[in-house]
Ligand binder design. Structure first.
Ligand code: MLT
Length: 412
C-alpha cells in the first residue's frame, strides 16, 4: 500500500485561482451572453506581448540550438553566468549580493514553495505569514506538515498570522513572540501596499535579534513608482545576514508563460542544524538545486538577459507604465463610486473595500453575474481579506476603460 502525504488532506479543496476559474466556467457555460462580454481582472496574468528585445534574444538562442556548432545541452543548474551577472549588475550593484548568490529558476511561485526543502519540516520552525497572504506560502507549509488543521476561515493551526489591515497600511506589526521564518511580500500581493524603509528596518532588526530568516518576495519590485520605497530588502542594513529575496521576470518582462525568476541568497545567511552548528543557506540551496533542477531553459535565460539591454529596459518600462496607468484608472473609478481604495500606486493590484453589506464572495458573484467582470475575492487570500476585493491591472487599456464603466454602472 502506498501511503500518501496526509498533510495534503488538510488543504482547502482548491487553490484560489483554479477555484475562481471553476466558478467562472460554471457561469459562462450557463450564460453565453455573459461569457461573450466577460473581462478577467482576477489572476495577475500579464496580457501584453513579450518585449521585442526578449523575442529577438530568444529567437537567436533557438537558432543557436539549431546549429550543431553552437548547440547546448544541460546548462548550469544555478543558471548561466550571463544572466546571473546581468542580475547582479543591474539589481544589486551597490548591495551586498554577488552574481554567485543568484540562483536562476522557473519562477517565484516555484521558488517560494521549493525553498521549504532546506528548512526543517513538521513544525520544527515557527512560521509567520501575513494575513491576507499569497496562498502559496501557506499551502506549501501545510503540504510539508508545518501546520495542524485549518479552521473554517482557512487559518491553519501552528502558523503565526500577522494581520495586515487598513489601520497598519497593510504592513504587519512586529510579533510579540519569537518566530523562525517570516514571509514578507512587498510591493504586496494582494493588497498592493508597499513597505517603507523604516518598516523593513524594523523587520530586519527583529530577524537578526531573533535568529530568524525573512523570505522576502519582491516579485512586483518593477512597479514601484515612489523613489523612497526600497526596491530590495538588501537596501536595509543587516538584511544580508537574515534575508533571502525572490524576484521574477513574470510581471515586468511578461514572463508568466515563459517562466523565469531567481532567488538571491547571500553567503552570510545561515541557519542552525540539530546541534546548533551554523550552516550556510546558500550552500544548501545550491545542493538542492543541483539534485532537483536542471536549470531554466537556455532560450528563456537569453530572453531574461535581454530585459537588461538598453532596448529591453525601455520596453519593460513601457509595459510597467501601461499597467500602472491601468491601475490608476481602476483606482479612480472605484474612488468615484465612493469605495475605499488601497494599493495601485506602487503595485499592479488595486485593493478595494466591498460596498457595505457585501462579503468578498458576494462581491465576486455580483461582479461576475451583473458586470461580467472577474475580480478576486479578498477572503481567498485569508481571513483578514474578508470584506475586500482585488482588481488586477494586468489588462489591455480598452478592457480597463470598459471595466471602469461597468464598475460605475453596477456599483453606483
Ligand atoms: C496572483 O494573481 O496573485 C498572481 O498571478 C499569482 C502568481 O503570480 O502566481
Amino acid at each position: 500500500m502506498a501511503r500518501i502525504n496526509d498533510n495534503f488532506l488538510k488543504l482547502k479543496a482548491g487553490y484560489l485561482f483554479p477555484e475562481i476559474g471553476r466558478r467562472v466556467g460554471a457561469y459562462t457555460d450557463a450564460n453565453p451572453d455573459g461569457a461573450a462580454k466577460l473581462i478577467k481582472c482576477g489572476i495577475g496574468d500579464v496580457t501584453e506581448a513579450l518585449p521585442e528585445a526578449v523575442r529577438d534574444a530568444m529567437n537567436k538562442a533557438v537558432d543557436e540550438l539549431g546549429n550543431r556548432d553552437t548547440f547546448r545541452g544541460y546548462g548550469p543548474e544555478q543558471g548561466y553566468d550571463f544572466l546571473r551577472n546581468a542580475v547582479a549588475d543591474n539589481y544589486y550593484s551597490d548591495l551586498p549580493v554577488t552574481a554567485d548568490d543568484i540562483f536562476i529558476s522557473d519562477g517565484s511561485k516555484c521558488d517560494t514553495g521549493n525553498v521549504l526543502d532546506i528548512f526543517a519540516a513538521n513544525g520544527s520552525n515557527k512560521i509567520a505569514v501575513t494575513d491576507p497572504v499569497y496562498p502559496v506560502y501557506v499551502d506549501t507549509n501545510v503540504m510539508i506538515g508545518n501546520t495542524g488543521e485549518g479552521d473554517e476561515d482557512g487559518r491553519y493551526e501552528g502558523l503565526v498570522y500577522l494581520s495586515c489591515t487598513a489601520e497598519n497600511n497593510f504592513v504587519p506589526a512586529i510579533p510579540e513572540e519569537k518566530v523562525d521564518i517570516i514571509y514578507l511580500c512587498y510591493p504586496n500581493n494582494p493588497t498592493g501596499a508597499s513597505a517603507t524603509r523604516e518598516q523593513l528596518t524594523a523587520w530586519v532588526e527583529y530577524a537578526n535579534a531573533n535568529d530568524a530568516i525573512i523570505l522576502y518576495d519582491a516579485a512586483y519590485e518593477a512597479f514601484i513608482q515612489d523613489p523612497e520605497v526600497p526596491r530590495s530588502i538588501y537596501e536595509i542594513e543587516g538584511a544580508e545576514k537574515c534575508a533571502l529575496e525572490f524576484r521574477s521576470f513574470s510581471k515586468n518582462g511578461g514572463f508568466t508563460g515563459v517562466r523565469c525568476g531567481f532567488i538571491a541568497i547571500p553567503e552570510t545567511v545561515t541557519g542552525a542544524d540539530a546541534d546548533g552548528n551554523r550552516v550556510s543557506i546558500k550552500s544548501l540551496w545550491s545542493r538542492r538545486t543541483s539534485t532537483k533542477f536542471n536549470g531554466a531553459s537556455y532560450p528563456v535565460q537569453r530572453g531574461a538577459e535581454a530585459i537588461f539591454s538598453d532596448a529591453g529596459k525601455a520596453q519593460v518600462a513601457a509595459l510597467v507604465e501601461h499597467y500602472m496607468s491601468n491601475a490608476a484608472l481602476l483606482s479612480e473609478a472605484c474612488k468615484e463610486i465612493g469605495l475605499s481604495v488601497f494599493g495601485g500606486e506602487n503595485a499592479p493590484y488595486v485593493w478595494v473595500a466591498c460596498p457595505a453589506g457585501l462579503t468578498s464572495w458576494d462581491m465576486f458573484d455580483k461582479m461576475l453575474t451583473e458586470a461580467n467582470v472577474v475580480i478576486t475575492p479578498g477572503s481567498g487570500f485569508g481571513a483578514a481579506g474578508e470584506g475586500y476585493f482585488r482588481i488586477s491591472a494586468f489588462n489591455s487599456r480598452e478592457n480597463v476603460i470598459e471595466v471602469c464603466k461597468r464598475l460605475k454602472t453596477y456599483l453606483k
